[in-house]
Design a protein around this ligand. Structure first.
Ligand SMILES: *[C@@H]1O[C@H](CO)[C@@H](O)[C@H](O)[C@H]1NC(C)=O
Length: 403
C-alpha cells in the first residue's frame, strides 16, 4: 500500500475514533450530535492545554465558539435589528418593521453559555430570536450581559436585571409600542438560570409595577449545591455538556479559585439535613420514579458548604440558585414553561423546579425530550437536528399561545 494512502487511512481511523462515542439507543441523528460534540470537546482540550502552558484561561479558548458564530446586527425586509444599550448594558434589539395598530408582545431573551461564553450576536441566538419575532410579531430584547471569569457573580445577574428593569418602565414600553401585560422573560441554560433569577427578584422589587406575564426556561441550571443528582450521575459523560464542564461553569461563575471547582467536583458542597434549605433540593422527595431509577441519595460525609458560603456567598444566593427559595416565594411566580432533556446533567434541576412550582400553585408546562443539553441550538448545517426544530417549534407555540 502506498504510504500516503496508509497515512490517510490511519488519520481517518483516528478522527473517526475521536468523533465516535456510544449514544443512548433512542437518540436520533447520532452522527450530527457527535460532530457538534467533538468540536466542543476539541475546544475544551485546547482550553486545558492553553491553561497548562500558561497561554490563557480555559474560557478564552471556549469563547472562540462564540466568535466563530458571530453575526453583525442585520435588518431584513421584516425586522429592524440594532445593537444598543439599556441602562448601560448592551442589548441586541429586534423590532418588526410592519406598522401595527395595536400594542405588541415582547420577549426578553437571555442567552446561555455557562455564564462564561455566548452572545446575542451568535448566529445561533440571532436565528432563534428572528423566528420568535416572526412567529409572535413581537419585539425581542436579547441581553448581552458581561461574562465570567472576567466578571463573576453577581455581574451577569445584575446586568440582566438592569436591562429588564429598564425595559419594564411604562415610558419605554410605550416608546416601543409594547403591551405591558404581555411580556415574557426567557433564556436557555445559564440564560435560563438568569431568567428564573430575574423573574423571582422582580416579584419583591418595590420599584417595579410591570411584571412579566410568563417565563420560559430552556434546560436551565438552577442550583450549584447538589451536582450529584441522578441526572448528574447518569449523564456526566454525555455529549455537549459533561459534568466536568458544568462544574467548571458553575465554579467560574463565582471564582477562578480552583478550590471551589474541586469541592464541587467531589460533591462536598451538598447541604446537610440540618440546613433549612435542604428540603428545596432533596431530590428523593421531588423527582419522579423514572428519573430516580436505582439511585439512592448519598449524604456527604463532610459538607464544605458553610466554609465556601462564607467565602462565596453566591452559592446560597437565589440570584444564582433560584431553587433555593421557599414555596411562598415560588407561589407568586408567573406561568412557566420548562424544557428539559433526558440526557442532560441539568435535567433534574428543571424537573425539580417544575415540580416545586406546581406544588406552589403555579401553572407549568413541562416538555422533556430524549436528547442532549443544548439541542435547541443545533438547527443549522452541519448539525441540523430535527429534534432541535421540534423543540423550537413547541417552545414558540407555547409562547404564542400564552403570551
Ligand atoms: C418576511 O415576511 C414574509 C411574510 O411573512 C416572508 O415570506 C419572508 O420570508 C420574510 N423575510 C425574511 C427575510 O425572513
Amino acid at each position: 500500500m502506498a504510504p500516503k494512502l496508509l497515512c490517510f487511512l490511519i488519520i481517518s481511523v483516528l478522527v473517526a475514533y475521536y468523533i465516535y462515542r456510544p449514544l443512548p439507543e433512542n437518540v436520533e441523528e447520532g452522527w450530527k450530535v457527535m460532530i457538534a460534540d467533538s468540536f466542543l470537546r476539541s475546544l475544551g482540550h485546547l482550553g486545558s492545554l492553553s491553561e497548562l502552558l500558561g497561554l490563557g484561561h480555559y474560557m478564552d479558548v471556549m469563547m472562540l465558539y462564540t466568535d466563530f458564530d458571530f453575526t453583525p446586527p442585520t435588518s431584513d425586509e421584516n425586522i429592524t435589528v440594532t445593537d444598543t444599550t439599556f441602562n448601560k448594558v448592551p442589548v441586541r434589539l429586534y423590532v418588526p418593521k410592519k406598522k401595527s395598530n395595536k400594542l405588541r408582545r415582547a420577549v426578553i431573551f437571555i442567552h446561555g453559555g455557562g455564564w462564561c461564553i455566548g452572545s446575542p450576536a451568535m448566529k445561533t441566538y440571532d436565528r432563534l430570536t428572528r423566528w420568535t419575532v416572526e412567529r409572535l410579531d413581537a419585539i425581542v430584547v436579547s441581553v448581552d450581559y458581561r461574562l465570567a471569569p472576567k466578571y463573576h457573580f453577581p455581574v451577569p445577574f445584575e446586568d440582566s436585571y438592569a436591562v429588564v428593569k429598564f425595559f419594564l418602565q411604562k415610558e419605554v414600553l410605550t416608546e416601543y409600542g409594547v403591551d405591558p401585560n404581555r411580556i415574557c422573560i426567557a433564556g436557555d441554560s445559564a440564560g435560563g438560570n438568569l431568567a428564573a433569577a430575574v423573574t423571582q427578584q422582580l416579584q419583591d422589587d418595590a420599584e417595579v409595577d410591570i411584571r412579566p406575564k410568563i417565563q420560559a426556561l430552556i434546560y436551565p441550571a438552577l442550583q450549584p449545591l447538589d451536582l450529584d443528582t441522578p441526572s448528574y450521575r447518569d449523564n456526566g459523560h454525555m455529549p455537549i455538556l459533561s459534568k466536568s464542564l458544568m462544574v467548571k461553569f458553575w465554579s467560574e461563575y463565582f471564582t477562578s479559585d480552583k478550590s471551589l471547582f474541586n469541592a464541587m467536583s467531589s460533591n462536598s458542597l451538598k447541604l446537610t439535613e440540618s440546613s433549612h434549605l435542604f428540603p428545596f433540593l432533596y431530590w428523593p422527595a421531588l423527582l419522579p420514579e423514572k428519573m430516580k431509577k436505582i439511585h439512592t441519595y448519598s449524604h456527604s460525609l463532610q459538607s464544605r458548604t458553610p466554609e465556601f458560603a462564607k467565602k462565596y456567598p453566591g452559592i446560597l444566593d437565589p440570584r444564582a440558585a433560584p431553587l433555593l427559595v421557599d414555596d411562598a416565594k415560588l407561589s407568586r411566580l408567573p406561568q412557566t414553561y420548562i424544557l428539559t432533556c433526558m440526557y442532560d446533567v441539568l435535567r433534574d434541576d428543571g424537573v425539580i423546579y417544575a415540580q416545586r412550582l406546581r406544588k406552589a400553585g403555579v401553572e407549568v408546562t413541562h416538555d422533556q425530550y430524549d436528547t442532549f443539553h443544548g439541542a435547541m441550538t443545533f438547527v443549522a448545517f452541519p448539525t441540523d437536528l430535527s429534534i432541535g426544530h421540534t423543540m423550537t417549534d413547541r417552545y414558540l407555540n407555547w409562547l404564542n399561545e400564552k403570551l
